[in-house]
Design a protein around this ligand. Structure first.
Ligand code: NAD
Ligand code: TYD
Length: 353
C-alpha cells in the first residue's frame, strides 16, 4: 500500500500523543502513522486499542535517546514529517529527578533533529518537524497579562527548562540548517487517558478511592485548562496550515485557581457517584507547596485563532464531566496504571510531603 506521507509521531502512547495518533490515523487514511514510544510509566498501549489494527498504523517501541536506533529508524522508514511529543512531562518528577528530563527532552529531541536533517539533506520540500511544547517555557505570570508568542523565555522548573532548551534547539536547527519546523506551546491539558499524577486525574482517582486531595500551598495558583481533544485538533490545524518557522500558542482561555477547580470537580464527582454534595470536598487537604511553584499561566492564542481559525470547542464544566465519565467507566485502565510503582511514587510525593 502506498501512502501520501509517512509521519513519525513520538510519544504516541502517552496522554496527548494517543489522541494525536488516533486523530491522524482515523482522519487521514492516506497517511501512514508510525508511533514511536519508549513505554515509560506514562506510556500505555491500552490508550491505542481503537487503532492498533488500522492498516495505516504501526507501533514501534524505542527510546529517542538512543542515537543509533533513531538514525536507523529514519533511514528505514523515510519519514516525511515528525510530530514530536515524547517527553518526560511532570513537574514534580522533574524536581525529584531532573536528569531523566535532560536526557529525553533535550538529548532525545536533538537526536530526532539530527536524524531529520540527515534524512532530508537533499531537499526540505514537503518536510516538517513539528515540535509540541508547553507554555511553561515562558515562566510564571503575576495577576495580570498573558503569554504571547514573543514573551521571553524564563523557565523555572527542571521540566520547563528542559522543554525550553528543546524549543531553542528546534529554532536553532531552523535558523542554522533551514530545517522546516513549527512549534506550538500549549497550556495545561486535561481529559481521558491522562496519567493520575497530574492534578485532575489524581483528584478523580483519589475521590474514587476515598484518599486525600493534596492541594499545594493555598491552592491559589492559576492554570489555563484545555480539553485534550481541542489540543489535538489544534495540532492537526497547525500541521496542515501553520507557517513553517512559526510558533503558535494554544490555550483554553480558561483560567482557574487550583482550589476552585478541585471544588468544582468534587461537585461533579459527588453527582456522578450518587453521593451528597460536599462529601468529596471533605477530602481536600492543604499540603506543603511545590518547590518553586509557578503562580499563574495564561495563554493568548489569538495568533492561532485569527490566523488559522482554531478555537477551543468545549466549556470547562462540560469537558470535566466528560473526563470524569471516562475515568469512571474505565476503572480497569485506572487500576492498571496505578498498580506497580504508582503506590511508591504516590507515597514519595504526597504521604511524606
Ligand atoms: P505523557 O507523560 O503523558 O506522555 C509522554 C510519552 O512519551 C509517554 O508515552 C512516554 O512513554 C513517552 N516517552 C517518554 N520518554 C521517552 C523516550 N525517551 N523515548 C520515547 N518515548 C518516550 O505526556 P503528555 O502530557 O502527553 O505530553 C506530551 C507532550 O506535550 C510533551 O512534549 C509535553 O511537554 C507537551 N505538553 C503537555 C501538556 C500537558 O498539559 N500535559 C501541555 C503542553 C504541552
Ligand atoms: P499539574 O497537573 O502537575 O500540572 P503543571 O504543574 O504542569 O501545571 O499541576 C497543576 C496545578 O495543580 C499546579 O499549580 C500544581 C497543583 N497541584 C496540586 O495542588 N496538587 C497536586 O497533587 C498536583 C499534582 C498538582
Amino acid at each position: 500500500m502506498s501512502f501520501e506521507k509517512t509521519i513519525l509521531v513520538t510519544g504516541g502512547a502517552g496522554f496527548i500523543g494517543c489522541h494525536v495518533a488516533k486523530l491522524f490515523v482515523e482522519n487521514y487514511p492516506n497517511y501512514k502513522i508510525v508511533n514511536l514510544d519508549k513505554l515509560t510509566y506514562a506510556g500505555n498501549l491500552e490508550n491505542l486499542t481503537e487503532i492498533e489494527d488500522a492498516p495505516n498504523y504501526e507501533f514501534i517501541k524505542g527510546d529517542i535517546v538512543d542515537e543509533t536506533f533513531i538514525t536507523d529508524l529514519f533511514e528505514k522508514n523515510q519519514f516525511d514529517s515528525v510530530i514530536h511529543l515524547a517527553a518526560e512531562s511532570h513537574v514534580d518528577r522533574s524536581i525529584l529527578n531532573p536528569n531523566e528530563f535532560i536526557f529525553t527532552n533535550i538529548v532525545g529531541t536533538t537526536n530526532l533533529l539530527n536524524a531529520a536533517k540527515k534524512l532530508w539533506e537533499n531537499g526540505f520540500e514537503k518536510k516538517l518537524f513539528y515540535h509540541v511544547s508547553t507554555d511553561e517555557v515562558y515562566g510564571s505570570l503575576g495577576e495580570e497579562g498573558h503569554f504571547v508568542e514573543t514573551t521571553p523565555y524564563d523557565p523555572k522548573s527542571p521540566y520547563s527548562a528542559s522543554k525550553a532548551s528543546s524549543d531553542h534547539l528546534v529554532r536553532a536547527y531552523a535558523h542554522t540548517y533551514k530545517l522546516p519546523v513549527v512549534i506550538s506551546n500549549c497550556s495545561n491539558n486535561y481529559g481521558p487517558n491522562q496519567f493520575p499524577e497530574k492534578l485532575i486525574p489524581l483528584c478523580i482517582h483519589n475521590i474514587k478511592n476515598n484518599l486525600p486531595l493534596p492541594i499545594y500551598g493555598k491552592g491559589e495558583n492559576v492554570r489555563d485548562w484545555l480539553y485534550v481533544k481541542d489540543h489535538s485538533d489544534a495540532i492537526d490545524v497547525i500541521f496542515h496550515h501553520g507557517k513553517t518557522g512559526e510558533t503558535y500558542n494554544i490555550g483554553g482561555n480558561n483560567e482557574w485557581t487550583n482550589i476552585d477547580l478541585v471544588r468544582m470537580l468534587c461537585k461533579i464527582m459527588d453527582k456522578k457517584l450518587g453521593q451528597n454534595e460536599g462529601v468529596s470536598e471533605q477530602l481536600i487537604t492543604f499540603v506543603k507547596d511545590r518547590a518553586g511553584h509557578d503562580l499563574r499561566y495564561a495563554i493568548d492564542s489569538s495568533k492561532l485563532k485569527n490566523g488559522l481559525g482554531w478555537e477551543p470547542s468545549l466549556q470547562f464544566e462540560e469537558g470535566l464531566e466528560k473526563t470524569v465519565d471516562w475515568y469512571l467507566s474505565n476503572g480497569n485502565w485506572l487500576d492498571n496504571v496505578t498498580s506497580g510503582n504508582y503506590q511508591k511514587y504516590y507515597e514519595t510525593q504526597y504521604v511524606q510531603r
